[in-house]
Design a binder for this molecule. Structure first.
Ligand SMILES: Cc1ncc(COP(=O)(O)O)c(C=O)c1O
Length: 366
């Protein structure tokens, strides 16, 4: 019996998600220590003490189910961003929300629009529900919103936009997004995935919650895995109009967010100083990456995220392998159709120094 034959049609064309290599795996494989991982856009500062304390305080409660409605976290999000708790849906990471959105609004034969080189979970959730993927060719590695508009038809149900985008770091301004939203009919759901928004400068950040007032078909999705440092706990949130939030909350698993994630998320939500420190390190270190690339003539895609993607003008897998032998894990993105690029997450200054040294050695840069 070949079970693939009885799988849902869309699932047959799926490949498993390729995550960044865990440090322990490389330790086992090469028998080396002192490894640094700049592969999964995680937070190099970890998470703040306040979150650790919140987790410790929850430990004795783990025998109970978590709060299915995430009252405290919704209250914290609501207070921080001036939205109402009934506009919020919580997710087991924002990936959970992206999947939830596809399940809630699209089904077989409906069309879902997203960009070439956009976050890989969009094609994954589209295929998993057997919907039709309308992958729009990228413009300078980013979203071509005019081409998105041209692709809209009677079957379009959902549009995914990542801003900034992963793995390219491209960014759309508020004017560009607003102009696009204006043209999309209100029965089509637009998901603005802002997993990396905290890394953009305050003055250029899109006022996406402001746009919600104008566009009832807009959904903002956010992650606590990046700037907030809670990737291992899996927590994210979506903000939308209350009717959409109600629909999402019907489809979601009742206890999709665990107690430790909920408690620690409340703590980091209230820790602006931590997030600001993280973003500031990212800004300064991004400038060092850009200067490094310019010094050695390496072409990179300007990025507003916490990662930079470099074009090595040759198949990058051997460079990735050589970096592993130097104890540095970065991210190959051939699975995105970018075999000559590697994506490097911005680390702490000392980690970035290690990466620079390793690249100079591996590429024999002069
Ligand atoms: C653009 C984008 N959206 C969403 C996510 C999902 O993050 P999480 O599920 O950890 O919140 C990621 C993770 O890499 C991402 O790059």
């Amino acid at each position: 019996m070949q079970y693939i034959n009885i799988a849902n049609e869309g699932v047959k064309s799926l490949s498993p998600y390729q995550a960044g290599k865990p440090i322990e795996e490389l330790e086992r494989e090469l028998g080396i220590t002192n490894i640094i991982k700049l592969a999964s856009n995680e937070n190099p500062f970890g998470f703040p003490e306040s979150a650790k304390q919140a987790i410790i305080n929850q430990l004795d409660q783990l025998t109970r189910y978590p709060d299915a409605n995430g009252f405290e976290l919704k209250a914290a999000v609501s207070k921080k961003f001036g939205v109402q708790p009934n506009q919020i849906t919580l997710g087991n990471g924002s990936n959970d929300l992206l999947e939830l959105l596809a399940h809630t609004f699209a089904s077989e034969c409906d069309e879902i629009i997203y960009s070439q080189y956009a976050f890989i979970v969009y094609p994954l959730v589209t295929k998993a529900i057997n919907a039709v993927a309308r992958e729009i060719p990228a413009k300078n590695w980013g979203h071509d919103l005019n081409a998105f508009e041209a692709a809209i038809n009677d079957k379009t149900k959902l549009i995914f936009i990542a801003n900034p985008n992963n793995p390219t770091g491209n960014f759309l301004t508020e004017e560009e997004i607003d102009a696009f939203l204006e043209k999309v009919p209100s029965h089509i759901i637009i998901v603005l995935d802002e997993a990396y928004t905290e890394f953009t400068k305050t003055e250029e950040r899109v006022d996406s919650f402001g746009l919600l007032q104008k566009y009832p078909n807009l959904i903002i999705s956010r992650s606590l895995s990046k700037a907030y440092g809670l990737a291992g706990l899996r927590i994210g949130y979506a903000v939308s109009n209350p009717e959409i939030a109600d629909l999402l909350n019907r489809v979601r698993q009742p206890f999709n967010c665990n107690s430790l994630a909920l408690a620690s998320a409340v703590a980091v939500m209230n820790d602006d100083a931590f997030v600001e420190k993280v973003a500031e390190n990212n800004r300064l270190e991004m400038q060092r990456y850009e200067a490094f690339c310019q010094q050695y003539g390496l072409e990179y895609i300007p990025s507003k995220g916490n990662f930079i993607t470099i074009d090595f003008k040759q198949v990058a897998q051997p460079i990735y392998d050589a970096l592993l032998r130097e104890g540095v894990i970065v991210r190959p993105i051939a699975g995105y159709g970018m075999p000559n690029h590697l994506r490097i997450s911005i680390g702490l200054p000392a980690e970035n120094d290690r990466l620079f040294e390793a690249l100079v050695k591996v590429l024999n840069l002069k």
